[in-house]
Design a protein around this ligand. Sequence first.
Ligand code: ASP
Ligand code: MG
Length: 420
Amino acid sequence: MKVFKFGGASVNSVERIRNLLPILQTYNGQHILVVISAMGKNTNALEKVAEAFFRKNKEESIQLFEIVKKSHLDTARALLKSCLSATEERLRDFFTEVEWLLQDQPKRDFDYYYDQIVCVGELLSTAIVSAYLNENGLKNEWVDVRDIFRTDDNFRDANIDWKWTGKKTESDIIPLFQISPMVLTQGFIGSTDENESTTLGREGSDYSAAVFANLLNAESQTIWKDVQGVMNADPKEFPDAKFISELSYDEVIEMAFYGAQVIHPKTIKPLENKGIPLYVKCFMDPALPGTVIHAKNVNHLPPIIVIKQNQALIHLHSKDFSFVGEKPTGELYHLFSEIKVKPNLMQSGAVTLHVCMDDKPDKIDKLAHDATSIFDVQVEKGLTLLTIRHYDEATLKSLTKDKNIVLKQQSPETVQVLMK
Ligand code: ASP
Ligand code: MG
């Protein structure tokens, strides 16, 4: 059994969807569970629908949703023949789920509505892709993963109930492989025990695939992307970024922690627990070997560069010039968890703490406001956080030259520089 995950970019046009056929034909006859994301930027488009609805802009939300509907109907019509009318009917059922909701007035909190609306992106894309593959000789069973992935009701960042999900995978997914070698389903979404849809956090499909890989004891998981594999820097910012052929699970967790947008951070643990290798391969050139991520330690990695823009630095000074002890520090951490913010970098001195985090204005404002009961607070914005794992002096120098360094932290393996 293999688990594949295709992201939004791999299904963002009729051509790209057609391109899945030869890739999957290579594996024809093998048992494969395929997880597919919403097409292209549809998750973003659906977020806009949810926001308009929550602002009580009913007309706007309906209009924005019409655009989503039309693009899916157009895609289905371009791809499908014999399965077209059955698929259109299925798409319309999902449209109706959302449209009913849009007729209402918001009564619950935003995150709840977000999940009810945004989840259709993956349902629509998988319905179309499944039909297209079936029509073209790749028999597959389509599954609404909300019947399998049980979660709590922590909307937008729901937590999977592993026990229930494991049982459902065994009773409902495994038998499907007797009917077809391929099962095709959604990532990113699930549902509560009250049948409310939930989502697992943006880019969560990698994680969904890993949950399936774990529960199905898969021999491997493959994430199909538009790049050759994992690179040592974002190739959009660094045209000479280097391809990395092999990484350890731990290294990938470190990279994700520092903000590298390679793989959803929750993906590794379910794979690591069962020693399942993760491949990152290119859907535009499947013959390329891609990157393998596994338990083996990998030495001699190139410097791995992660850049986070839009950082805020909060300076917290002790009010009475006494040392910053464990009590105010403890209270500060309490605030972090209350406001749900995570420092990207922290440095403490005798009477001052410096905390760098993503500049989400409402959260930074709240933190700065609430922290004034303990500290004198100053906030500095518009900063960039550079992290280099396995750094060398030449790389560090070239990436920080002409920059005003505000804060720096260094360990034998990792250097972080906050700069202007
Ligand atoms: N469609 C979701 C997103 O864009 C989930 C995913 O693609 O992983 O965040
Ligand atoms: Mg994606």
